[in-house]
Write a protein that binds this ligand. Structure first.
Ligand SMILES: O=c1ccn([C@@H]2O[C@H](COP(=O)(O)OP(=O)(O)O[C@H]3O[C@H](CO)[C@H](O)[C@H](O)[C@H]3O)[C@@H](O)[C@H]2O)c(=O)[nH]1
Length: 623
């Protein structure tokens, strides 16, 4: 095609007319590759010419311009449907938000029915066994891309000690639990096959490098390195206004400002990585999703996996009784005026307005049980792999999104700061067909849920009766759960005492911990203790070893037992020493490490009986 002399001089051609509305980009087309030009076309078509307004003529800052397109290419490829879809979705959601449209318009909430389990009864024991049986066919997915802004800890949350008696971090606890499940499940299957249970960890730019470092510097906590796969989520572009104009980074005009898109990214990442097909061809049946700081989680997993298997649930959400206004979503049955129904998590900030808008003037309040009638979603999801793959084949893992702009004023025309689209992994069932078998499993909070989300200052402000969700309560909950489980198995455990750490009143139970290899399910505990045992309130008991049996132990102090699998150790008689005591530490006292300060106490090791059995054989441990 003929080109005018002037255009030839500037390197432009008539074929570049698509860029006529944006002269500063048009002048620079000659330095862009064909792929970059395609991306530029998408941006202009979607009303993003402002991104180029400040671009100088070719020859100046060319590397920065190319770098800009490198980022655009990443943003384009990491979002299902690319940037075009992102911008179009944003425009629609921003318009809905401006119009004050309720995402649940036309839906009436009601309390759904699901499986309510009671720890330790026959049904629970049966479900735990069914869960262990299924575990060899499972894959675990840990979402750990969040920064944990509410906690304010400078490291990654997975590296925090779940409890300070052993100092094991959350990631170690999770991995040891999966390995114990793997071993128990393969044993139940007759031990012929040795299947590795895969673990995927979703990270982000904020957490990827430290997560990898934590794994590598601890030999993957006993997993085979190839068993663990990190999938990094990308951030999404920020939006400056209701037209979904992308925001430039205030510190770098050649960069689009980005923010996290939320844990819902996990579905698109699993899909695009090809992981799901790989798992399916290896005969896997279940995908279990979980979050970064719940030290009780694996106590609830076997039974809930048992529920999924026996009920054939496509989706099973783990839930606990929820206190009104607690920062966990409520599992709700939504019935549309047109007859459609779904059982879905309604996020904690949306439940109250939804209830008020549908004939419940008091909104999110407790009922006569002292709890909200809506079970609290703890975001532990078990999906059946077959139907999950089928659904993702249609959606490519795209999850219903939302936007939450902070408007400058009631005209809702401008934002206080840029916003972005977000998505949540628990919204996966929203696109499922009505025939999908969606259920949930409720367990006691003491057994299943004690996350570490809040910093000490905010945790102390939580209304009385509502959970603090702090490092203090996360740790105390582990001791409480272990004490209650031993009690249920017949061990006499002294009553707790109340104490206040970092302004939070908690029950302090004996500091009892065991490795998952000792006991994964209640039947394991029952086999390994008897009702002649006693543990006093000031005691600490650490059991590290598969074949340790408490046979008439009376403990008043600290006992630590370490044993290899081939050593069978019977612990008998009375053991008494000064033990380990909890010393108060103020969170503002910077002479202590952050991990200690944030929980408000330090364990002072005065005296203990510690025994390690490193040779095979039968042993008797007494004072
Ligand atoms: O972009 C993100 C954001 C978060 N996360 C991860 O997602 C998990 C959950 O994040 P938060 O702890 O910030 O989640 P919230 O407390 O806001 O809420 C979520 O967890 C609650 C239970 O802990 C309720 O279930 C609630 O409904 C659910 O949205 C964490 O492991 C976090 O690391 C990511 O991987 N990427």
């Amino acid at each position: 095609m003929a080109t005018s002399a002037a255009e030839e001089l500037s390197g432009l051609s008539i074929g570049d007319d698509w860029a006529a509305s944006c002269p500063s980009l048009r002048k620079n087309l000659s330095i862009l590759s064909p792929d970059q030009i395609e991306l530029a076309k998408i941006l202009l078509n979607e009303g993003q010419s402002h991104l180029f307004n400040h671009w100088p003529d070719p020859g100046a800052e060319d590397e920065k311009k190319k770098g800009f397109f490198d980022q655009v290419a990443r943003l384009n490829s990491s979002y299902p449907g690319g940037l075009k879809a992102y911008i179009q979705n944003a425009r629609k959601l921003l318009a809905d938000s401006k119009a004050g449209k309720n995402p649940y318009d036309g839906f009436t909430p009601s309390v759904p029915s699901g499986e309510v389990l009671t720890f330790g009864d026959d049904n629970f024991i049966k479900l735990e066994e069914a869960g262990v049986r299924e575990a060899k066919n499972a894959a675990f997915v840990l979402v750990a891309g969040g920064l944990g802004e509410r906690l304010g800890y400078k490291g990654i949350k997975l590296a925090l000690p779940a409890e300070t008696t052993t100092g094991k971090c959350f990631l170690q606890q999770y991995i040891e639990s999966i390995l114990a499940l793997q071993e128990a499940s393969c044993k139940l299957a007759g031990g012929q096959q040795h299947m590795q249970i895969p673990l995927v960890i979703m990270t982000s730019d904020d957490t990827n490098a430290p997560t990898l470092k934590l794994l590598e510097s601890n030999s993957y906590f006993g997993m085979v390195p190839s068993q663990v796969k990190l999938l990094k989520q990308e951030k999404v572009a920020c939006l400056d206004d209701n037209d979904a104009r992308l925001a430039l980074d205030p510190n770098d005009k050649y960069k689009i400002q980005t923010k996290p898109h939320g844990h819902g990214d996990v579905h698109a990442l699993l899909y695009s990585s090809g992981m799901l097909y790989h798992w399916k061809s290896a005969g896997r049946k279940w995908v279990l999703f979980f979050q970064d700081t719940n030290g009780l989680l694996f106590k609830a997993i076997p039974a809930s996996l048992g529920v999924s298997a026996t009920k054939g649930y496509d989706v099973n959400s783990l839930a606990v009784p929820r206190k009104a206004k607690e920062a966990i979503g409520g599992i709700t049955k939504l019935t549309h005026a047109d007859g459609r129904t779904m059982v879905i998590n309604v996020e904690y900030n949306q439940l109250d307005p939804l209830l008020r808008a549908t004939g419940h003037p008091d909104g999110d309040v407790n009922c006569e049980t002292g709890y909200s009638p809506y079970p609290g979603n703890i975001n532990q999801l078990i999906l059946k792999l077959d139907s999950y793959i089928e659904e993702l084949g249609k959606t490519r893992g795209a999850i219903a999104e939302f936007v939450n702009p902070k408007y400058k004023d009631s005209s809702k025309t401008s934002f206080k700061s840029s916003t972005r689209l977000e998505c949540m992994m628990q919204d996966y069932p929203k696109t499922l067909p009505p025939s999908a078998n969606v259920g949930f499993t409720v367990m006691d909070t003491w057994l299943a849920y004690a996350p570490v989300k809040n910093n000490p200052e905010d945790a102390a402000k939580v209304p009385k009766g509502n959970p603090h969700h702090s490092a203090t309560t996360g740790e105390m909950a582990i001791y409480r759960a272990n004490s209650l489980i031993l009690r249920k198995a017949g061990v006499q455990i002294a009553d707790p005492v109340n104490d206040v750490f970092n302004g939070q009143e908690v029950e302090v139970w004996p500091r009892i911990t065991w490795s998952p290899m000792w006991a994964l399910i209640f039947a394991d505990v029952k086999r390994k203790v008897n009702d002649k045992c006693f543990v006093s309130q000031r005691s600490t008991l650490v059991i590290n070893g598969q074949n340790v049996f408490l046979d008439g132990l009376s403990l008043d102090g600290t006992l630590v037992v370490n044993a290899i699998d081939e050593a069978e150790v019977k612990v008998v008689g009375s053991i008494q020493n000064k033990g380990w005591v909890l010393k108060h530490v103020d969170y503002k006292d910077t002479s202590f490490p952050e991990e200690i300060r944030m929980r408000g106490f330090k364990i002072e090791k005065l005296e203990q009986l510690e025994k390690s059995y490193t040779e095979p054989g039968n042993f008797c441990l007494s004072s």
